[in-house]
Design a protein around this ligand. Sequence first.
Ligand SMILES: Cc1cc2nc3c(=O)[nH]c(=O)nc-3n(C[C@H](O)[C@H](O)[C@H](O)COP(=O)(O)OP(=O)(O)OC[C@H]3O[C@@H](n4cnc5c(N)ncnc54)[C@H](O)[C@@H]3O)c2cc1C
Length: 536
Amino acid sequence: MKLLAGKPGWTTKADVVVIGSGVAGLTTVLNLRASGLSVLLVTKALLDEGSTKWAQGGIAAALGPGDSPDQHESDTLIAGAGLCDLEAVKILVTEGPEAVRKLIARGAVFDKSDSGEISLTREGGHHRNRILHAGGDATGAEVSRALLEAIKGDAGIEVIEQALAIDALQDAHGTVCGVTLHVIGQGSRDGVGQALSKAVVIATGGLGQVYSQTTNPSVSTGDGVALALRAGAEVADVEFIQFHPTVLWRDTTEGGQQPLISEAVRGEGAILLNHKGEQFMVKKHELADLAPRDIVAKEIFTQMRTANVPHVWLDATGIKDFEGRFPTIYASCKANGIDPTQQLIPVAPASHYASGGVLVDLNGQTTVAGLYVCGETACTGAHGANRLASNSLLEGLVFGARIATHIAAHLPEQVVPVEDQNEGFLLSPAIKLQLQLAMSEGAGVMRSEESLTQTLSTLSQLATRTSTEPRIEAWEASNLYLLALAIVRGALERKESRGSHWRSDFPLTDPLWSKRIVQRYDFKGQWSTRYLEVTQ
Ligand SMILES: Cc1cc2nc3c(=O)[nH]c(=O)nc-3n(C[C@H](O)[C@H](O)[C@H](O)COP(=O)(O)OP(=O)(O)OC[C@H]3O[C@@H](n4cnc5c(N)ncnc54)[C@H](O)[C@@H]3O)c2cc1C
């Protein structure tokens, strides 16, 4: 069941096609090049667009004195609420320090203390100072800058910007051997084309745009997860959407990307207050304001519901040199009329990170031959039911390297795609806002059988609004629809509360649900579900 699109009017080729130019895609590209493979890097907008450049807090790695991968593992497992894949976590935390050193060798510059050591801070759920940051709160921008600089001038990498990957090309056995893509370009590379390759790596980032309130940029429409589903790959843990507890609340119903107030601000001493001025996190968790994200988001949501207000407050007035330490956040606050050094910041939760995604093994391989997935699009099992802060940039670095190594060692011959005879599916772009609002209302921070069933019914109505005009907005809306369905189906299935999945009708964690929900969407558009036992 592919998307409706025109016939490819042009063809290009490389050993490997990498889709997406965030930390995951770029790390994979650089490591593929180290093995001498030719790479086509396609990216939907400009090279630096995506979540990576927005990352504020930093990268977690056990580099500080007294810290160890074992302690990082323990914090990751606690945040993951019993659903992490232990092997994936072990790989993340043990290969993490080396991956960060490699990033530094590639040119990334992190903030240093007065003594010249890399300065490490703490974020929610971490029991040690282990977060590297750059430019105060501009870590992602520095990571993106350094990686983009590193791919420059390499004749073995062809880059196509404004190139939206639509669907996988597959041979008669289902092996992925390239992608169809739409390019807003010039000359021979314009409109729908096809890129043939021996392997495809999807690194298209998150799916925050499924919700009306999100920290994710506009490109984060989950295209890669939808593409993989349509190619026959499985997805896992998609019900676990992390809602960032502290996003700058703006009095608007327009949706779109909202400015984030990083956990690192609480790490430096800011405190959450309710409308009565009470520091409400203190009695809720031993780490109080620095409790894991899901716990803070739920408590903020409860405070908002109880007082019937749209936000709580963050008091950062006690932080010394706020502007110097958090220049990006300071600028966002000022742009919205708030001086964080003098005033309380209004904050509310918003969709932030997809802990689940396309199910992959420890080398980023999906269940479909030739198809690899990396970064936020993937579900390695390292995050379980809830990602530990600053583990996602790290995941892109660690698994991007592993995928490249695996591809280089197992590169098959190029196979020939068969033409898909199905007519193709497309929804009207006009459904987007309604879909986002329905998802925030019924499948957001708190869900219930009733709210999810209502959301499912809204999605069914939206599915009738088909389109016959292939274009970017329609492909994105169709992808969002598929992802929304997967999320709601997973959330309905999981009759318990765990990690970032909170069911008001099943408020407790149920040991019977210590298993992962894996979903597949077949070529006839039918869904199937299986469970994966957890190894911890
Ligand atoms: C505001 C914010 C703050 C964050 N802070 C932190 C933090 O401090 N630490 C941390 O570890 N994580 C943080 N995260 C999460 C982290 O930034 C992301 O999980 C991570 O950057 C994802 O990297 P990625 O390479 O998988 O995807 P991205 O960086 O999102 O890159 C995806 C790429 O795919 C492209 N793309 C998308 N669809 C298509 C398509 N159909 N065809 C072609 N290209 C496509 C996009 O244009 C983009 O280039 C933060 C996220 C946000 C939004």
